[in-house]
Design a binder for this molecule. Structure first.
Ligand code: TXA
Ligand code: MG
Length: 332
């Protein structure tokens, strides 16, 4: 059994953040690699240790709505009154897996927003993250705590494997419950726009806002400044090639060692060297929670190919299929 994190350890994390060091911490979605969002040198180290392109902005994490309002500058919105109404309506979904993109407050370090004018902010729904943020008392910029383009970490062990030597402290809060990253919603335009699908669905957003929400197209990343560089075609990728089961023809020739990730138990018409079954019933919340860990495990199993189940891209299935299409992409 894992020891619960002590208040002392969290205080140590907060102290390290205020000294400009990097602290990895659990959230409900994936583990984050945190730095003081108002310390540009600290934030630059995040990009360095992840090997992250400097044009890919970071999400800022805070403990409460008042702190979130200090990260953004709603007065510079296309319509400050309407942007504030939308912010308030969506803040009811916090703490939770939703990041809101708004004009940036000048106190936020330039590197957080990759030199841009906007910033993404969210309140994570995890007791360790919330206590760390409260104790630190500021805003924490944190991308997923993996090496750039690899699979996001959903356990402290994943963070240790990817970044162990480069982080001052990894707070171990056990496995993340949601398992896919937050929904990123831009409030910069007349019509709100989903830049990255996540556990908060378009239906929930439209219901909270009382207006339609657009979805950024999947391939929008490659030309011009990146809208949301998480939208790059290839991302979340194991080193082993990934093939989606829906793309597998009955006549497909399979290589020697094949692994399979299934969403529910069912017999396979081909032999596999390794397999993981993510849910006994195919429930998408269970699939999302264990998908990244399964991809990491099979990536270590010396396979020639990983075949992964697919689902309807609706509700949580939209985020799952978004990540899987990128994991299987052979572009870029
Ligand atoms: O669930 C999550 O969001 C996790 C946990 C740690 O909070 N964080 C996470 O961060 O997934 P990261 O850096 O791996 O992904 C952030 C995404 C990227 O696609 C980035 O391009 C987008 O958010 N993003 C951040 N700031 C943005 C901005 N100002 N405008 C547009 N997109 C932004
Ligand atoms: Mg990431």
């Amino acid at each position: 059994m894992m020891q619960p994190i002590s208040h002392e350890e969290i205080k140590k994390g907060a102290q390290l953040l205020s000294e400009g060091q990097l602290v990895a911490f659990p959230t409900e979605t994936v583990y984050g690699l945190g730095a003081d969002a108002r310390n540009d040198a600290a934030v630059q180290r995040i990009f360095h240790v992840k090997g992250r392109p400097t044009n890919n902005p970071l999400i800022v994490h805070v403990a409460d709505v008042e702190s979130a309002l200090g990260v953004v500058d709603i007065s510079r919105s296309f319509s400050p009154a309407e942007a504030r109404r939308r912010f308030d309506a969506l803040a009811h979904l916090w703490p939770g897996p939703l990041s809101l993109v708004l004009p940036k407050d000048l106190s936020i370090a330039p590197s957080v927003s990759a030199g841009g004018d906007s910033v993404a902010v969210r309140i994570p729904n995890h007791p360790v993250a919330l206590e760390l943020l409260k104790t630190f008392g500021g805003a924490v910029a944190a991308p997923s705590a993996n090496r750039s383009l690899y699979i996001s970490p959903t356990t402290a062990e994943h963070v240790l494997e990817d970044l162990g030597n480069e982080v001052a402290l990894i707070l171990n809060g056990g496995p993340c419950q949601v398992g896919v990253e937050s929904t990123v919603l831009s409030l910069l335009e007349e019509t709100p726009r989903i830049l990255r699908p996540g556990a908060v669905t378009i239906q929930q957003l439209e219901a909270a806002l009382g207006c339609p929400v657009n979805v950024a197209s999947r391939s929008a990343g490659s030309i011009g400044p990146l809208l949301s560089p998480g939208m790059l075609a290839k991302h979340y990728s194991p080193h082993t090639p990934v093939l989606l089961r829906s793309a597998l023809a009955p006549s497909s020739e399979l290589p020697g060692r094949v692994g399979a990730i299934l969403f529910a138990p069912k017999p396979l018409p081909f032999p596999v060297a390794e397999q993981r079954i993510l849910s006994s019933t195919g429930e998408l919340a269970e699939v999302a929670a264990s998908l990244f860990a399964a991809l990491r495990e099979l990536d270590k199993a010396k396979l020639d190919l990983i075949i992964v189940d697919t689902c309807e891209p609706a509700g949580l299935g939209e985020a799952i299929m978004d990540r899987l299409l990128r994991a299987a992409s052979t572009e870029g």
